[in-house]
Design a protein around this ligand. Structure first.
Ligand code: NAD
Length: 484
């Protein structure tokens, strides 16, 4: 449906995220008529550019990242865009933004902070000082929210001094992915799964977010963060919450977020001993990826003294009735063997087999929810091999790859999230207490790692990470689900 009129003010309008994600996502809502007639996009950054210069840049971004561009829709879209130069560091240019927004106090005014997190505070303060925050304002912030619990709390305090919690949209783009929402549909729109979704029937859960890319141009930022902060604190824990949460009362934002928060609070805190036993840090070395030779992390960084991890594996326990003794194995890294993000729900073995040994091994059922590259859900079930001979069993997938089930284009996560934000729907955004609870669990891991001072374990680019991560799961008699 068409949105109400809005002004979307994108700070960092000339940045990488705006180029690759935000502008293409917004453009996609144009041909389908979701952008109201009176919707405007106001790009802001430090550079002095005219509207025309910025529109040319935006046109290129869209043509580069959108497969089929409708020229008429593109022109209509570009006509919505205006540009304002504000230098946040120098605190100049705010009057021009004030002028641009004045007289539009009654429309949704959405600020998107696609800039370095160091600017979140100064931007919010300036918006407050210049009286630019209205009743209908909202603010969206990108990750990372802090470097630890304390700094996340400070960021939240600063933003919270200008915006109310219902106006703050903390984006985790994993929550905007179709399959992630399908996980909720699967669990709560079917009777099949929920009765089995507990420790009585599930052996363990695996969550893998594997990239083949290295750190590339983001090395500077990445080296100050590492995989635990960059991926686990937000994306992997959010996925874990959606798998593990109790059925919320409704899809209302706080119903869902209350349940996710309970999961985060139930994560078993990691003692120093557990950190040593249940986590693995890795750093990639030179190797081969996607067919070519690639450099190691330190070479890419241009330094040889970094102990930042580019890989993490962890065994996580959730201390509640539903998940007692059901470990969640998390794993994420760069330069791994394949680009794949998936959640595997491994069910328990049959209590008893009625088949003769020559029927073959009976594999326990497995539900694989894949987020990328090809989004879909697959249920591994046992069937009988066709034919009149003796009973032979075989594992086959009940496959629901969405590209096959639906012919329509697969929207990018940002498309949904930006429109949800404009409409004021916070269901797929993180609430302050969730972010802080996630840090509360992460902080001791970071602390113990820094005390142990052990170098991350090297792994060759193009593999599945350090062998210690394989040992982490195999010592429990289980294996990673590496089928790609
Ligand atoms: P970027 O460095 O490409 O862009 C930064 C933007 O900030 C530019 O438009 C620049 O002009 C603007 N800027 C810099 N200094 C300024 C100043 N003094 N005053 C006003 N504007 C100024 O960064 P990016 O990659 O687009 O990332 C933006 C945000 O999104 C960051 O918070 C980042 O952590 C987050 N993020 C980015 C990605 C990604 O893939 N790029 C992914 C996830 C999160």
């Amino acid at each position: 449906t068409q949105s109400d009129p809005f002004d979307l003010v994108v700070f960092g309008g000339t940045g990488d995220l705006a180029h690759r994600k935000l502008l293409p996502a917004l453009y996609h809502r144009e041909p389908v008529g979701h952008l109201g007639e009176d919707a405007r996009i106001i790009a802001v950054s430090r550079r002095q550019l005219s509207d025309t210069e910025y529109r040319d840049w935006a046109r290129k971004a869209i043509c580069e990242h959108v497969a089929e561009v409708d020229q008429e829709a593109l022109e209509r879209f570009l006509a919505r865009i205006q540009y304002v130069a504000v230098d946040v560091a120098q605190n100049t240019g705010w009057e021009a933004l004030e002028e641009k927004l004045s007289g539009r106090e009654d429309v949704v005014r959405a600020f998107y902070l696609s800039v370095s997190p160091d600017f979140f505070g100064p931007i919010c303060s300036a918006l407050g000082e210049h009286d630019l925050v209205t009743e209908k304002s909202r603010v969206t912030i990108e990750k990372p929210i802090g470097k630890n619990g304390k700094s996340a709390h400070e960021v939240n305090e600063t933003i919270g001094s200008v915006f109310k919690e219902h106006q703050i949209f903390r984006i985790d783009h994993y929550l905007g992915k179709e399959t992630v929402q399908n996980l909720m549909a699967l669990r709560f729109a079917n009777v099949l799964f929920e009765p089995l979704w507990n420790a009585a029937h599930i052996d363990h859960v695996q969550i893998t977010v594997a990239e083949t890319l290295g750190v590339e141009s983001r090395a500077g930022y990445y080296d100050t963060a590492g995989a635990l902060r960059d991926m686990v604190q937000n994306h992997l824990l959010q996925l874990l919450c959606l798998v593990a949460m109790e059925p919320p009362e409704s899809m209302a934002p706080d119903s869902v977020r209350d349940e996710k928060l309970k999961v985060l609070k139930a994560l078993r805190p990691m003692s120093a001993e557990m950190v040593e036993r249940n986590t693995v840090r890795g750093q990639y070395r030179a190797g081969a990826s996607a067919g070519g030779a690639v450099k190691g992390y330190l070479e890419e960084l241009g330094r040889d003294d970094s102990s930042t991890e580019t890989f993490v594996a962890a065994k996580v326990d959730i201390e509640n009735w539903r998940w007692a003794n059901v470990p969640f194995y998390l794993r994420t890294g760069k330069r791994l063997a394949a680009r794949v993000s998936e959640i595997t729900i491994q069910f328990k073995d049959l209590p008893h087999s009625i088949f003769l040994p020559d029927a073959g091994r009976i594999a326990a059922n497995k539900l694989v929810i894949r987020l990328q590259p090809d989004e879909g859900v697959k249920m591994q079930v046992m069937i009988k091999d066709p034919g009149p001979g003796s009973m032979r069993l075989r594992e086959v997938p009940l496959d629901m790859t969405f590209a096959e089930a639906f012919s329509s284009r697969h929207p990018d996560a940002y498309e949904r999230l930006i429109m949800d934000m404009i409409r004021g729907n916070q269901t797929l955004f993180m609430r302050r207490d969730e972010v802080e609870a996630a840090w509360k669990w992460i902080d001791p891991i970071l602390e113990h790692w820094s005390q142990i001072k052990e170098a991350p374990k090297p792994y060759t680019s193009g593999t599945w990470g350090p062998s210690a991560s394989i040992a982490l799961i195999e010592r429990d008699g289980r294996t990673w689900h590496d089928e790609t």
